[in-house]
Write a protein that binds this ligand. Sequence first.
Ligand SMILES: [Zn+2]
Length: 278
Amino acid sequence: MKEIIKNILKKAGIYYSMQGRYRSFLFYGNVLLTRIKYSKYKGSGFTCNFCGNKYKIFAPGYASEEDSPALKKYKVIAGNGESVYCPYCGSTCRERLVLQMLIEKIDCENKKILHLSPEKQIFDFLKKRSVVITADIEPGFYKLIDKNIIYADAGNLPFENEAFDIVIGNHIMEHIPEDTVAMKEIFRVLKPTGKAVVQIPFSEIIPGTIEEPYISDSKKQSELFGQKDHVRIYSLDDYINRLSKAGLTVNYIPPEKLREWSKYAIQPREGFFDCVKS
Ligand SMILES: [Zn+2]
């Protein structure tokens, strides 16, 4: 029944916008509750680089029961665990890592930026500084973040060669069946010396990427990849290899080098894929 209703709404073209509104409603509801619950933890310790609020602890974000076994088995660095959400603004650890990289290491002033599957707070940061075009294969889902978002398939981006200084596609590759095509597209639309921000969940203990690119069974995807809409778990080395083959020069900055950022409650084991078109 649920699937039938879903398909009717999809055919009517309103499923993803409804889902976007619903998610946003849940998000702001949770933020309000967390603010109240964590008000007693206000003080020194962690700082949110988005809103500037300081707390002794941040809110945890644990994986669901269905997703946990695969994530645990392969020790996937996926954005779950303790100190995930800022209790005040709801930013996540992986968004705070990207923001810090944008503040300190990637010049975002007066640039032309493509932001795929945009995260609200990162988009808000960028649009104050640069021209930002947002795009997704389901733009309706993101209309509340940017009303001007356009339709784009990451495997066939509707932009000229060398159109952007920066392309951000944060945690998208693990969803895309033909990820290497999307990587080549990002390379194509970047200007020479342009930067790509393409973080993903990954494992350091598997010898190669585990994937079933054309799987379409959410239960199985949770079981195999630790999220119902993922089609793979990357191994760290293979991900770097795929990006390199697409033409990008990848400098993986390991988490040890980012330790000074631990005050922002970023994931202790997540490094940064610093990608440049050189
Ligand atoms: Zn915050």
